[in-house]
Design a protein around this ligand. Structure first.
Ligand code: 23J
Ligand code: MN
Length: 260
């Protein structure tokens, strides 16, 4: 390993030969939070209150108190988030190997399909079609589902709750099974509020992106944006969650390094 590799990378970032793309939604009180039906316990929204603002409470400094659920806004799902990943001692935000927070990304563009059907289900056939064009998804890569969903911002259309639950896109059980068993991915990332399809409570198993990914110690990313600024292959993601002791996930800043 040569020192010049990192020197060259620093130079490329400084000159914009390698772009740094922000895949993070702004965290604010209007940030949509996943709504679970009763009897399930709700997650708190994001709140921010001033401690001081160059005033009598602190004349020389500005700072805030924060409160939120771990799974708020652009956030990271750790393996222990799901009951299927509960036994992984190295599956918490504070115990995951940090190498897993730096990994390449494959971006599958489902924008057109989701424009036609907001309940689009991504199947193995979509992954196979992508691989025909862009090559095999390498072990240890993130797979990101680009849908354009982030353009809905903080509006009600982002959660898109209906009488039969949220109408939002996501992967089928077969697609998740393929990515876990046949491709050994690092994790699965989406633009919607959660990694699973809006109707995934009715899939078998329920919530396959959570059940199967986390059961195999894979990671999750939700509420991503700016995926339209990424190439199908070649981006490098930087995704360290907060080091919460025994954390199941956390809001985070997601950055992508993109050459050219
Ligand atoms: C808890 C229960 C169900 C779901 C979720 C959380 C998420 O999507 C999440 O943020 O991990 S579907
Ligand atoms: Mn989550």
């Amino acid at each position: 390993m040569s020192a010049t590799l990192l020197t060259q990378l620093a130079e490329a970032i400084a000159t914009n030969a390698v772009r740094v793309v922000d895949l993070t939604q702004t965290l604010r009180p209007s940030t949509p939070v996943i709504q679970l039906p009763p009897p399930f316990a709700p997650s708190n929204p994001f709140t921010i209150t001033e401690i001081s603002h160059y005033d009598e409470r602190g004349p020389g400094w500005y700072w805030n108190n924060l409160s939120m659920g771990e799974h708020t806004g652009t956030h990271f799902d750790a393996p222990v988030h799901w009951v299927t990943g509960q036994h992984y001692a190295d599956g918490f935000t504070d115990t995951l190997p940090v190498q897993r927070f730096v990994a390449p990304a494959c971006v599958i563009d489902c924008t057109k399909e989701v424009e036609a059907d907001e309940r689009f289900v991504m199947e193995p056939s979509h992954i196979e079609a992508w691989e025909k064009q862009h090559g095999k998804i390498p072990a240890g890569a993130w797979v990101l589902m680009r849908t354009g969903w982030s353009k809905r911002g903080d509006s009600p259309a982002f959660l898109n709750g209906k009488e039969d639950g949220p109408h939002s896109p996501g992967p089928s059980t077969a697609a998740v099974t393929f990515l876990v068993n046949e491709r050994d991915v690092n994790g699965w990332g989406v633009e919607a509020v959660g990694t699973d399809h809006g109707q995934a409570y009715a899939f078998e198993p329920a919530f396959p992106a959570h059940h199967l990914m986390h059961g195999a110690k894979k990671l999750g990313l939700a509420s991503l944006c700016n995926l339209d600024q990424l190439p199908p292959t070649g981006a490098l993601l930087i995704t360290p969650p907060l080091k919460i002791e025994k954390g199941s996930g956390s809001p985070l800043r997601v950055l992508a390094l993109v050459a050219g």
